[in-house]
Ligand binder design. Sequence first.
Ligand code: TXA
Ligand code: MG
Length: 345
Amino acid sequence: MTQLLRDTDPKTAGIAAALIRRGELVALPTETVYGLGADGLNPDAVAKIFVAKGRPQDNPLILHISEPKELEKYCRDIPGSAWDLAEHFWPGPLTMVLPARDIVPRSTTAGLDSVAVRCPQTPVTREIIRLAGVPIAAPSANLSGKPSTTSAQHVLNDYGADGPLAAIVDAGPCRVGVESTIVSLLGERPRLLRPGGVGPEQLREVLGRLEVDQAVTGLLSDDAVVRAPGMKYKHYAPRAQVIVVEGPSETAAKYIRPRLDKNSAVLCFREELPLYGGCQTLAYGRESDPQTLSAGLFAALRELDRDDISTIYARCPTGGGVACAVRNRLLKAAGFRTVRAEETL
Ligand code: TXA
Ligand code: MG
């Protein structure tokens, strides 16, 4: 049976750390999403993650550390920019890709000689990593192909209580709600591989220049060089076809309303609810406060992931900061399929 542990119980960190040391799988809360954790230095434990999630073997994992200074243990040739980023954003929703030391098993990095490292913010998880005495490898805890998990209940829904997880540590809903920002520091210039909790402007303030990988902005062609292997898979997608409808609220509603039937739903901003009276609607946050959109996005996608919904018309925030990440996740769920409402009227 999967143990359900609360972050508020003083025994939780010790129990979870012991399970990790024994090579078991433990779902862990972070400020971004729940992760599916295992001892990142133990190839057998890491192999369990891939099996449990149904994750392709060539998609590497993020190594989670309890203190920024531990970066040195697992990475080599660390540039000054990495320490600058660590100082500004760790602990927090930022992942850095750097050359891996030999101590990191190639099963964690999916055979690459680089490794992605992150120091998460959630206190109980940092304490578990510290007590385990090993870095914890953890992808987002969702089953492969499902929207990410932003609550312990999402994890339980995906795996059940008799499944492969030894424990789930519950610290309530995730504050950020979308995954960490990933920056590669392997090349001459820092490169954004995935937008996330830290916005591109914040990164530029620290780094100066920042290249944006093509995987962030559009679908990759089959022969494209894939720098973040995970980017080539269609992630975050519910069963339904998602169509992102762009433009001002009223214009978008004029496009969407006549197309709605009992098998379609609108995923919109709270401010827009009055435009969709009588329709199947789910508001995932407030347009005026993008943080509420990022916190609510995956729970909403999970809620709409039902057999009777075949089309989701989604409204997407514009602007920087965490709105970039919300936009990226929705565009990916839509396979980058968008409609500009004003051009259709
Ligand atoms: O917020 C997060 O980052 C969450 C929490 C649990 O920390 N984790 C997460 O992991 O989102 P995952 O596995 O769902 O996404 C990790 C991404 C994948 O797209 C993977 O391909 C990429 O990071 N990645 C991992 N190692 C890499 C490497 N050495 N080079 C390039 N990309 C890498
Ligand atoms: Mg994931």
